[in-house]
Design a protein around this ligand. Sequence first.
Ligand code: HCA
Ligand code: CU
Length: 384
Amino acid sequence: MDETNFYAEKYNKCNNIKDIKILDSTLREGEQHPGIYFTNKQRIQIAWMLDYFGVNQIEISPVVSTDHLNATKTIIKQGLKADIVAHVRALKSDIDTALKCDCVWIATYLGISDVHLKDKLRMTKEEALERSIEVVEYAKKHGLKMRFTVEDGSRANPNFLMKVCKAIENSKVDRISLPDTVGILHPAGMYRFVKSVRSQIKIPLDIHCHNDVGFALANSFAACEAGANQIHTTIDGIGERTGIPSLAEVAIALSYLYKIKNDFRLDMLVDLSRLIEQYTKIRPYDSKPIVGSSAYKHKAGTHLAAVLKNPAAYEIMHPRSVGNKRKIVFGELAGKTGAAYLLSILGIKNNNSEIAKEVARSLKNLRMGDLIEIPFDADQQKSN
Ligand code: HCA
Ligand code: CU
């Protein structure tokens, strides 16, 4: 038992969340982020790295372009551990395209809210229901494993949503994805939404939460508490508009906060983020959880004094375990302990507390913001 986190872990105890999987959609939802386009080589490398990291499913759309079709075929041929899910519209012709890739898994989506039916699809509810059953039967007849996404499900008429879910479950669909396509739900609302479906549907449920108000991560876990089995992520959370939960945040929350056993290679998380940064030229903001460059920086004097003795005072995990680095920032807030430490690493041994106070005062007067940052690894420090 980790004494430091003992009470927090008691608050976090959550017996109904057990075996939660991750589907990563960087290659599908992620490519829907404005300005992002991967080459096929990049798509293949991303798939390999996601697989090595340990996600359970990787989603890609083969119908966007011939480039995507080729990428999907090639990635499927790699024989990765993760299932490769071909994401297509609820159309027989799209399923035929997916079949050309030799895929085992497909996901089809159909908007079922009134606004999607009326203004996007120009379809009646009856036609949508019929189409849903038809594509599930078609895919199952071709021996595919299949997920069906009730797009915009959180804004759909609940009775109609249940009708569609029950009908496709009867037609032997393997999973259903419940998306909050426009990010309109809050965590308690999400809990009730998923709970209502879970009370009548037995097959595994995916949860796909958009981040329009910033609730995507919290909503994903609220959904799991209500019975969802798999969370959709992308690296750094990229996706349409404001995206979906980031792989790093979901994997860390699962491992450290929900204590769910898994084989994720968490130390790859920063590398995965840097890979996407390199390919997209989009740099995650410094304070981005887990992967941001300031996620493990400590600045205020009281924080420095504590972290120099025991980093657990201001950290929930060792930054190395996610591939990040701890840094101490010496600026106007460094204080006496920070200044003394700075002097010691500058080779000024035996500095007495008067000198340290003097340096701390000077740092304050310089008003230059953060003067120096240096890595601080307590474990290595001890072994030196
Ligand atoms: C889309 C819609 C989708 C689908 C989610 C899913 C959404 O962009 O095609 O298939 O689980 O947010 O509803 O991303
Ligand atoms: Cu989406």
